[in-house]
Ligand binder design. Structure first.
Ligand SMILES: Cc1cc2nc3c(=O)[nH]c(=O)nc-3n(C[C@H](O)[C@H](O)[C@H](O)COP(=O)(O)OP(=O)(O)OC[C@H]3O[C@@H](n4cnc5c(N)ncnc54)[C@H](O)[C@@H]3O)c2cc1C
Ligand SMILES: *[C@@H]1O[C@H](CO)[C@@H](O)[C@H](O)[C@H]1NC(C)=O
Ligand SMILES: *[C@@H]1O[C@H](CO)[C@@H](O)[C@H](O)[C@H]1NC(C)=O
Ligand SMILES: *[C@@H]1O[C@H](CO)[C@@H](O)[C@H](O)[C@H]1NC(C)=O
Ligand SMILES: *[C@@H]1O[C@H](CO)[C@@H](O)[C@H](O)[C@H]1NC(C)=O
Ligand SMILES: *[C@@H]1O[C@H](CO)[C@@H](O)[C@H](O)[C@H]1NC(C)=O
Ligand SMILES: *[C@@H]1O[C@H](CO)[C@@H](O)[C@H](O)[C@H]1NC(C)=O
Length: 585
């Protein structure tokens, strides 16, 4: 017989939907075993996993608003609209980027439950076996190796049929996927005619662009079908998956929205620095009886650490802040993927641009999605991705950011339209990114308003010459891709501002003039070996030199993986939650 837990019955009896609070005055307690700072991608996972233990009480403090009812977040096609809306965003700008001719670029970060998983591009790419084995080597902890993390990828992933129910045989390898996790992952639920041409190209140009059955096997080189965090035609975010209503109902989980954390508070005594409470929403305090888990993301985490006196002592002194812990790596060693798009006008109206720009077509697509969760609104228009290496002679000359010989330098994102469908006309485009960068950047407090304003976000884009060379080679690869016979009569002309750039010098100039960010910044609270002279957290993600403070989010990844970063963030969070559980067993 199936018996509903008592608290579920009570909840429905009182019409109480969720333990999500909007005001601190509604919070039932100001003392919890664990206080999680940031209900984003990683924070939502940790909140879910820790509250599996009914003896743990957990509070999530999230600066943003609820994700519920935000259609632009739910509908994959509208990701561009989601990103353009300042309500769901911190609206950050980078510092002037020397590598980009001094340009300032927008730096997107989500201010909403689920964090960036509620507004990102939904690409599900894990990275390479070598990426994770490099993390294991850097930290001296085999727990971060590919083989040891695979069960955590599986714990996160719920492989799901695509929205259009098409036959997916030959489009992925079921052996490297799991159907038992919480985050829905699927192949595209809607294809344009360009998609078949991409696959035909892997046959025609086999040497340069071989077909790869599954880019999430640990060896992604080649071109394969893109997998996305989409299920049933809707985005699967950390909020919709890990904070779904049945989890929100747990009596030991409280979530407070609109709660901006300013500082973590510690006692310093003979036995070191012991963190015990969190200051938020102007002069409110909540106590952590076991640990504070900092999950505020790659910008928020180093910002809060420095505001709390954890960072480079010289820098903190210059800001007039007292140093609790001298950890000079805080905010440093950030790495990111520079990106640009190569675009061609096409002889077809079957593109994402048509859906976006033809009001009749768009209205029909929205009606279809509302009714059955099928059609173009279930997809972003990118059906395939390629992963490629640049020539060895260039590596000898400029260095190599890849974790090993089976790791790509360049990613190619094949899109049945212009970026977001925003350019008037009909297009095919190839988003081109450097996924093994050597540039490094930082996130530091701004001297003029260290505690009240946004930090200085310097992703250091193209500050290392290698990244310029790799992006230039990426443009050449993209142009070569559309020389396959299958594109004849389809591709009309390149539509880029740099269409006439062909020499290396001309391409390098174009790269510096147009490149932007993929928003894949990591590393601002990097993990390192216990005895390393640098780093912010140890391999168990505990802040070095402190007690009661762990960091679980993308900022602990010491080097950006050759992949979009949410899958890596999910495994960090899944394993991180297990480390916390083990510490308090
Ligand atoms: C525009 C964009 C597109 C992307 N596309 C993809 C993609 O297609 N595929 C992919 O794999 N990756 C993608 N990424 C990257 C990926 O989404 C992130 O790396 C990942 O989600 C980061 O997770 P996180 O938990 O570290 O941080 P976040 O998800 O950003 O979570 C941090 C949370 O902390 C909260 N917070 C911050 N400061 C405070 C504070 N002071 N007090 C309280 N709360 C605070 C924030 O509101 C947020 O909810 C994209 C990122 C962006 C921005
Ligand atoms: C700390 O910051 C100062 C000033 O920015 C810098 O000169 C110094 O190298 C930093 N220390 C370390 C160990 O990185
Ligand atoms: C950056 O990381 C490298 C290792 O990849 C390390 O040697 C260096 O000390 C780090 N720098 C800082 C400031 O943490
Ligand atoms: C817009 O889309 C509708 C429906 O697909 C189509 O019938 C119509 O011809 C399109 N309009 C233009 C101007 O292309
Ligand atoms: C630092 O803050 C000041 C004051 O708000 C602002 O004018 C300045 O542009 C900021 N610095 C940077 C590099 O963003
Ligand atoms: C466009 O495609 C049509 C067939 O669909 C073909 O007849 C025509 O030649 C193409 N135009 C160009 C410029 O290639
Ligand atoms: C490229 O060169 C052609 C031929 O000289 C010229 O007509 C065109 O305007 C140039 N395009 C751009 C974007 O500079």
């Amino acid at each position: 017989m199936f018996v509903l837990p008592v608290y579920l019955l009570l909840a429905s009896a009182f019409g109480c939907h969720a333990k999500i609070y909007n005001a601190v005055s509604d919070l039932p307690s100001l003392s919890y075993d664990f206080v999680i700072v940031g209900g984003g991608t990683a924070g939502s996972v940790v909140a879910n996993r820790l509250t599996e233990n009914p003896d743990f009480s957990v509070l999530v403090l999230e600066a943003g608003v609820t994700n519920e009812g935000v259609v632009d977040s739910e509908a994959p096609f509208f990701v561009v609209d989601m990103l353009a809306n300042p309500i769901w965003s911190y609206n950050y700008l980078s510092t002037p980027q020397a590598g980009l001719n001094g340009r300032v670029v927008p730096y997107a970060r989500a201010r909403i439950l689920g964090g960036c998983s509620s507004h990102n591009g939904m690409y599900y790419t894990r990275g390479t076996r070598e990426d994770y084995d490099r993390y294991a080597a850097l930290t001296g902890d085999q727990g971060w190796s590919w083989d040891h993390l695979l069960p955590y990828f599986f714990k996160n992933e719920r492989w799901t049929a695509p929205a259009d129910g098409h036959d997916t045989q030959g489009q992925f390898d079921p052996h490297v996927h799991s159907t038992r996790g919480l985050t829905s992952v699927s192949l595209t639920g809607f294809s344009y005619s360009a998609s078949a041409r991409v696959i035909q190209t892997t046959a025609e140009l086999q040497d340069e662009f071989p077909f790869n059955l599954d880019m999430n096997s640990g060896t992604p080189l080649g071109v394969g079908w893109l997998q996305e965090t989409i299920g049933g035609g809707e985005r699967s975010s950390a909020a919709t998956a890990y904070l779904a209503p049945q989890f929100q109902q747990r009596p030991n989980l409280h979530i407070l929205l609109n709660a901006q954390v300013s500082r973590l508070v510690a006692d310093t005594g003979n036995d070191g620095v012991a963190f015990h409470s969190v200051e938020f929403s102007q002069d409110q305090f909540v106590a952590s009886r076991k640990e504070i888990i900092l999950s505020a993301g790659v910008i928020g985490t180093p910002q809060i650490l420095q505001a709390s006196g954890v960072g480079n002592k010289t820098d903190l002194q210059a800001l007039g802040l007292h140093t609790l812990l001298d950890l000079p790596s805080v905010g440093r060693n950030a790495s990111d993927h520079p990106v640009l798009s190569v675009t061609w006008a096409v002889n077809s109206t079957d593109t994402l641009d048509e859906v976006r720009q033809n009001a009749t077509r768009l209205a029909a697509a929205v009606v279809e999605w509302d009714a059955t969760k099928t059609g173009p609104v279930t997809a972003i228009g990118v059906t395939h991705v390629g992963w490629n290496r640049i020539n060895d002679d260039l590596l000898i000359q400029f260095g190599d950011g890849a974790a090993g010989p089976a790791t790509p330098h360049v990613e190619l994102m094949f899109t049945a339209g212009s970026f977001g469908g925003l350019m008037p006309g009909h297009f095919f485009s190839i988003g081109t990114a450097v996924v093994a960068p050597l540039s490094r950047g930082s996130v530091m407090l701004n001297r003029t308003h260290p505690l009240t304003g946004p930090p200085l976000i310097d992703p250091g884009l193209l500050s290392n010459e290698f990244d310029v060379v790799a992006l230039r080679e990426g443009i050449k690869m993209a142009r070569q891709f559309v020389t396959a016979k299958v594109w004849e009569g389809y591709i009309l002309n390149e539509a880029d501002s740099f269409v006439n750039a062909t020499t290396d010098a001309e391409l390098d100039a174009a790269v510096r003039a147009i490149a932007g960010t993929s928003s894949h910044l990591v590393g601002t609270a990097g993990m390192s070996a216990r005895d390393a002279a640098y780093g912010v957290v140890d391999p168990d993600l505990l802040v070095k030199g402190a007690r009661g403070l762990r960091i679980i989010d993308a900022s602990v990844l010491p080097i950006v993986p050759a992949a979009h970063t949410q899958a890596a963030t999910y495994v960090i969070a899944e394993r991180g939650a297990d480390l916390v559980k083990a510490a308090w067993a």
